[in-house]
Design a protein around this ligand. Structure first.
Ligand SMILES: *Cc1c(COP(=O)(O)O)cnc(C)c1O
Length: 366
């Protein structure tokens, strides 16, 4: 008898779905959400906006989401307009549409590992061959090494992630310049955490004029505290936006999503007011973890990657036992923790201090 597994595309057999554990623990610092709930004034306006479209839900929404895209362009600035901005259900859908249009069977995508784990997963789902590009030992990308890898693999799509998840550091401008020069195809800079970058960090948006193969993706899931709404977007040349129309599903963004996102964007200033506090908590974790003798990667994001753990799995488990869920990103010896509220960070620091103190001296490795 034919099993479902026999019917599945051979290139998908044996793969596992994306799966950050959604455990029911008091302190959840594992998926880089913004821990601060929406302020009342913003919530009230979103409720009003949703109410205003409910009776029209018998009709399909604006397929082009033109109003929302104009609002996103205005938020980004840099002279962008509707023709250069595209939106979808999370930046994951944006990335999927990019690979549906520019990747696919017979095509190659390359990213520099460790980076966002969804890049290779979406590549696989779209039948795009994935190449694991290499970073240096300190997680940095060396420009010459990057150019050599691109020359070797001639990828149709290169993924860069800045600030990089899971390491946290923003891309060096010279790396982006070299990659843009070396890459024969699309260069996608995933800027999901751009709003948390340290002062002086330049967004790839500044490089867009005149570079039609550069794509910058953003999301409202992190700094905007809007992960549950699912709204991601990109800025690129109008030709890229046009190409995505060939693969996007008609009416992919519901009228509810469009209305909620526009109402939220009208309060961008209020929503982003938690960013400074989150950065303070991030920097507090960097200082405290360093004080525990653990190596910490410099962070431009709302999370911190720390190492020096002989058995990072066991440390992760001990933290869960203490009610604190952080992320095992599959990097031996390292764990990633989101910068939450002051109370959540207190809970994490108390727990990690106890866990590290209980480690056998030879095992702390730091
Ligand atoms: C969280 C994250 C995203 C966001 O995905 P959404 O689908 O917009 O929620 C995108 N890229 C990176 C690197 C991320 O860490």
């Amino acid at each position: 008898m034919t099993s479902i597994d026999d019917l599945l595309r051979p290139d998908l057999r044996g793969r596992s779905p994306y799966g950050a554990p959604q455990l029911d623990v008091p302190v959840k610092l594992n998926t880089n959400e913004n821990s601060h709930p929406l302020p009342d004034e913003v919530a009230a306006d979103i409720e009003k906006a949703l109410a205003s479209v409910v009776r029209g839900l018998n009709r399909y929404p604006d397929r082009d989401a033109a109003g929302l895209r104009a609002d996103l362009a205005a938020y980004l600035g840099h002279g962008l307009d509707v023709s250069r901005v595209w939106a979808a259900n999370g930046s994951n859908e944006i990335l999927q549409q990019l690979l549906q249009a520019f990747g696919g069977p017979g095509r190659v995508a390359l990213g520099f590992t460790p980076a966002y784990s969804m890049h290779p997963i979406i590549a696989a789902a779209t039948g795009t061959r994935w190449v694991d590009g290499r970073r240096e030992a300190d997680f940095d990308i060396d420009p010459a090494h990057a150019a050599a890898q691109i020359a070797e693999h001639r990828p149709d799509v290169v993924f860069l992630c800045s600030p990089n998840n899971p390491t946290g550091t923003a891309l060096r401008p010279d790396v982006l310049a070299v990659v843009l020069e070396a890459a024969p195809g699309l260069v996608v800079v995933d800027e999901a955490y751009a709003e948390f970058a340290r002062e002086g960090t330049k967004s790839a948006l500044t490089l867009l004029p005149g570079r039609e193969r550069l794509v910058v993706t953003r999301t409202m899931s992190k700094a905007f505290a809007f992960a549950g709404a699912r709204l991601g977007y990109l800025a690129a040349d109008p030709a890229v936006v046009d190409a995505l129309q060939l693969v996007r599903l008609p009416y992919h963004l519901s009228a509810l999503t469009q209305a909620a996102a526009r109402a939220a964007l009208a309060h961008a200033g209020v929503l982003l007011s938690t960013v400074d506090e989150i950065k303070r908590q991030r920097d507090r974790m960097v200082t405290a973890l360093t004080g525990l003798g653990l190596p910490v990667v410099p962070s431009d994001a709302n999370f911190v990657l720390f190492g020096g753990l002989a058995d990072s799995r066991a440390v992760w488990r001990s933290l869960v036992d203490r009610g604190v869920l952080i992320r095992d990103v599959g990097l031996d010896g390292w764990l990633r923790v989101t910068a939450g509220t002051a109370a959540e960070v207190d809970a994490f620091l108390t727990a990690i201090t106890a866990v590290v103190a209980a480690l056998p001296v030879s095992e702390s490795g730091a």
